[in-house]
Design a protein around this ligand. Structure first.
Ligand SMILES: NC(=O)c1ccc[n+]([C@@H]2O[C@H](COP(=O)([O-])OP(=O)(O)OC[C@H]3O[C@@H](n4cnc5c(N)ncnc54)[C@H](OP(=O)(O)O)[C@@H]3O)[C@@H](O)[C@H]2O)c1
Length: 235
């Protein structure tokens, strides 16, 4: 049975990916900071899931965690951040720095920490975002964070071959990432997106999980950033 580590696997797209991969016969190890969330997720996932409470901003903790897991066939990096949004004229650059510290560096640290243990014929899949392509006012900072990860993907694919390196770039997906908005504002925002998105709806975590599973299972795809956004990046 193949082992998949999902960093940020306790909620949202990472959790949906864990559920799908278990249904397909993989073992999963989910990582997240909040112990209560982790335990709840493990309860729902059942016996083919284990987990660790780690903070991916700490590279030493990540290295230790990977050493304890041992054999790893695939890594999915669903770690979030969230800071760095706002119109450029008012954008607080300290927030943007924290945005890089919350997503860009933890995702890279996670990928570095797994390298001594991951099967060379396995894969790493980053989750980035529509923001480098959306050109939506207020998202230049988020676009910089996610674009910085995306620009590394093809180079890493050549450098780390035959390990496969890809990224999925979600559009607007219904997860707890949006809980910075009050519930009625979140619903209003999603209602607006339902009108704008060419495929007529905000995405669900399962929409992204399906693409991640494909990138794990298809052994002939590497160096790609693939959008899963209902066409929002075309608007
Ligand atoms: N939802 C969207 O519309 C959307 C759109 C574009 C891109 N994205 C990106 O998609 C990815 C997945 O997000 P999601 O929407 O599924 O969000 P989510 O439900 O908030 O999931 C984020 C996961 O990452 C974990 N996490 C966050 N920081 C961590 C850290 N420092 N160390 C360890 N674990 C950490 C969280 O658990 P703990 O909080 O317990 O640590 C949770 O398991 C993120 O990179 C996000 O930026 C989301």
């Amino acid at each position: 049975m193949q082992n998949v580590v999902i960093a940020g696997g306790t909620s949202g797209m990472g959790f949906a990916t864990a559920k799908l991969l278990i249904a397909k016969g993989f073992n999963v190890v989910i990582l997240g900071r909040d112990m209560e969330k982790l335990n709840q997720a493990l309860k729902e996932l059942g016996p083919n899931a284990t987990g660790k409470s780690v903070d991916a901003t700490n590279s030493e903790v990540l290295k230790q965690a990977m050493a304890e897991i041992g054999q790893i066939d695939h890594l999915v990096i669903a770690l979030s951040g969230g800071k760095g949004m706002g119109r450029f004229a008012d954008l607080n650059l300290n927030d943007l720095r924290q945005g890089f510290e919350g997503k860009f560096f933890p995702q890279l640290q996670m990928a570095q920490a797994v390298l001594p243990y991951i099967t060379t014929t396995g894969s790493i899949t980053f989750i980035t975002s529509i923001s480098p392509r959306s050109k939506a006012p207020g998202t230049a900072g988020l676009g910089a964070i996610n674009g910085a990860i995306e620009i590394m993907v093809p180079t890493l694919a050549k450098e780390l071959k035959p390990l496969r390196i890809n990224a999925v770039a979600p559009g607007v997906i219904n997860t707890t990432w949006w809980d910075f908005l009050p519930p009625e504002k979140k619903q209003e925002t999603f209602n607006q997106y339902n009108q704008t998105i060419p495929l007529g709806r905000v995405g669900e975590p399962d929409d992204v999980a399906g693409l991640i599973a494909t990138l794990i299972e298809n052994t002939y795809i590497t160096g790609q950033v693939i959008a899963v956004d209902g066409g929002l990046s075309l608007v």
